[in-house]
Design a protein around this ligand. Sequence first.
Ligand code: SF4
Length: 389
Amino acid sequence: MQHHPGRPDGLFPLEDLLPPETDRLSADTASFRDSPAAARMLDVREIHAEPEAAASARGREIIARFPRARVVEVPSHWRIPGLHGDRGSAARWVRVKTETLVLGVRKTFTVRPNGRSADWIAPGPSNGCAMACAYCYVPRRKGYANPITVFTNTDRIIDRLGRHVAAQGRKPAPNQCDPDAWVYDIGENGDCSVDALVCDSTADLVAAFRRWPTAKASFATKFVNPDLLAYDPRGRTRIRLSLMPTEDSRLLDIRTSPVAERISAAGDFLEAGYEVHFNLSPVVVRPGWEEAWAGLLRELDDVLPPAVKAQAAAEVIMLTHNRGLHEVNLGWHPRAEEVLWRPELQETKVSEGGSRNVRYRSGAKGAAVDRLRELIAAHAPWLRVRYAF
Ligand code: SF4
């Protein structure tokens, strides 16, 4: 098991930063969701619930799954004092993510065009995450602790997607997202593999896409959840395993499954009926980054089964960062900021949503993307790059 370094000042007990151990991947054994390993990721003690969400069938099911949790009624999943926008929570970030769950009802069902990770961004079944990657953009949008918010009306999301898929008809021409299917990203603001520890929303979406021959679900993940092997996706869901060199991951990917575990899960997921792609992100430019990525690519070449390589593709995304997140991280994980916050290499960019992010300066960024493409061509030539930016 990989050990993530904790705060140098020891504010979190080390065991809070360790990923749960998955003993072995098998869909035959009892549900991973109910295992002690899963409880280390999610040990819910407090559920903040909108009344309508708590009263729904899905909400009641979730509340029954966590009998030790105190249920607190909240008027809106967006405004929870002490959880969102509370800088004081940064010091308890990981604990809040482990012990708190929010239940809400999704009110908007916009399907947004994308064209990079997927053709469309679906209205997701959740928002927030129990993991704590230092570079994650999700907390930039929803306060600091940002535990998982589950939307209990997955049925309405599926309804909306069904109508959208029907309205598109067949995909008229291949593109980098997929040669035939319209690809819908169902996990833009969280991690569907961890959501599957809470309830069946991920299973429901996988089942829905199984029925839609012109479409495919897709989500990136950093967590190996063996329960997903039993979902029977029949090729209509693409898992994008997020990878970065182990030494970066140890520093930055707090609470995720170790990179080696993600890589060794690829064959099992393919066999279980998923399409398996790789999300090589974020690429962090730091001394030694090229050697580290070459090492990761060589490892992929050495250990992946031929069947995985034959269908694999990758997206490459360079790190973006944000001053607000930088300041929050300084309060709980300053070592991460030594590699993430590099003003001499970075420039400010105003994002689509209006926030001021930083990214690598355009010349340096283009050179790094080119270098990574060269490394892929040299060490993992079977790996098609869907896009890199
Ligand atoms: S797994 Fe994804 S959503 Fe969760 S903290 Fe990491 S980057 Fe954010």
